[in-house]
Design a protein around this ligand. Structure first.
Ligand SMILES: Cc1cc2nc3c(=O)[nH]c(=O)nc-3n(C[C@H](O)[C@H](O)[C@H](O)COP(=O)(O)OP(=O)(O)OC[C@H]3O[C@@H](n4cnc5c(N)ncnc54)[C@H](O)[C@@H]3O)c2cc1C
Length: 387
């Protein structure tokens, strides 16, 4: 399609990737973000090869690889004995998938994406909170909380788990999944150097601890997952008490105790994992509005695919718009290509938590292994996949 005016709402990983892809394709792209300023999320993220393929497509893959850390191996260990249950060799991942596997600080990834969006000519507006979209006029009209409006040929809702754009569709509020994530960054130290050099996780009944290095190994990203009820808030800046976390992991092996001991007081945050069920009846309205990323299919993080699928959405949507003759056709092709895959990953991600956190941790890895790699998720190529 010829040059379009496109409004992307939400400057998360999905929205920014979409902005870059669409600006590169020659469209007039406007990005609206509710936050008044860029924040600094103190956490890491894993970019699997299927995510990196999308980032390569928008031209930031090399910078992401240079800024992040590529693991050589990953280790899954028993919560109590500390014994290794499974070792994954990642030295051949790049060759096997023709895309890297990268750990990166979220703030670094965000900076790379914002810079690329600006370099490619996208206009970015902060402090612009979408209230709704009016599709009854010729164009889609975005209505903001400050009373202003913006007219576009297409509005892309990339406004995350609690998306206002999603309210245009038959949706329910996100639901609490029963999982809580405690997050912390620990500075590198001799006591945990071996655990920094060998990223991975400890798994136990109903709980697990994920660790991986960021910023050339200067920092260790830690996520302690538990299952709890009675507390359901989510957000990147909700503080938690280190003693509460230590209590949750009493009796876990010395390696986990060493990790807990390296966390500085005041630096633990907690996040109740909320998610969506697949959105029945479609993601697109009147050939003028669609959804990507968590706004479309927020999932639990147990396959590390939330941002990855948002990146895939962004590339596939941009390609559908380039290849289709009309917007109605583009959105139909985009949804048609994405719904089944993202619904499958939403379901499998929940089930993977149960597999990793089963009652008999010592059995993990024996028999048929079902994880993000054996499920074939890494092989998906948003650059060549039919859309
Ligand atoms: C503990 C944890 C670990 C995870 N680990 C991984 C991992 O390793 N790999 C992976 O791929 N995924 C992972 N995920 C999932 C991943 O973080 C999310 O899927 C991803 O960040 C979602 O990106 P998004 O751009 O769709 O939404 P968001 O990041 O939520 O961005 C939405 C943006 O929209 C803005 N916004 C919201 N409302 C409005 C509005 N009304 N108007 C304007 N702007 C608005 C927000 O301020 C925000 O900037 C993890 C998630 C959690 C909780």
């Amino acid at each position: 399609m010829q040059k379009l005016t496109i409004a992307v709402v939400g400057a998360g990983i999905a929205g920014l990737t979409a902005v870059i892809a669409l600006a590169k394709a020659g469209h007039d792209v406007h990005l609206f973000e509710a936050a008044p300023a860029w924040g600094d999320v103190g956490a890491g993220i894993t970019l699997a090869p299927n995510a990196m393929r999308g980032l390569d497509y928008v031209g930031v893959g090399d910078e992401v690889v240079r800024t992040g850390v590529e693991p050589a191996t990953q280790h899954i260990s028993h919560w109590q004995s500390g014994e290794t249950l499974l070792t994954v060799d990642r030295t051949k991942t790049l060759q096997q998938y023709n895309a890297a596997y990268v750990y990166i600080h979220r703030a670094d990834l965000h900076t790379i994406l914002v810079n690329a969006a600006e370099r490619n000519g996208a206009k970015i507006y902060l402090n612009k909170s979408l209230e709704t979209v009016n599709t009854e006029t010729d164009k889609a009209q975005v209505e903001f909380a400050d009373g202003t409006t913006f007219d576009a040929d297409l509005v892309i809702g990339a406004d995350g788990l609690k998306s206002n754009t999603r309210h245009l569709f038959k949706t329910q509020s996100p639901h609490f999944t029963g999982h809580i994530a405690y997050r912390a960054l620990a500075p590198a130290s001799p006591a945990i150097q071996a655990l920094i050099d060998q990223p991975g996780m400890h798994i136990g009944p109903g709980k697990m601890v994920v660790r991986y290095p960021l910023r050339k190994g200067d920092i260790l990203n830690l996520v302690f997952f538990t299952r709890q009820s009675g507390w359901e808030e989510d957000g990147w800046s909700i503080r938690a008490d280190i003693e509460e976390l230590k209590q949750q992991f009493e009796g876990w092996c010395p390696a986990v105790q060493a990790l807990l001991n390296e966390i500085r007081p005041g630096s633990v945050f907690k996040w109740a994992i909320n998610a969506h069920k697949p959105l029945e009846g479609g993601w697109s309205k009147d050939a003028k509005v669609t959804l990507i990323g968590d706004a479309a299919h927020a999932m639990t993080p147990f396959l590390g695919q939330g941002a990855a699928t948002g990146i895939e959405d962004a590339v596939m949507l941009s390609r559908a718009i380039s290849e289709a003759g009309t917007m109605a056709e583009a959105l139909q092709r985009y949804e048609g290509a994405r719904y089944e895959r993202t619904s499958f990953i939403q379901k499998e991600s929940n089930e993977n938590a149960d597999r990793l956190q089963g009652a008999e941790s010592e059995m993990y890895g024996l028999g048929n292994l079902r994880n993000e790699e054996t499920l074939g998720l890494f092989s998906y190529d948003c650059v060549t996949e039919q859309v």
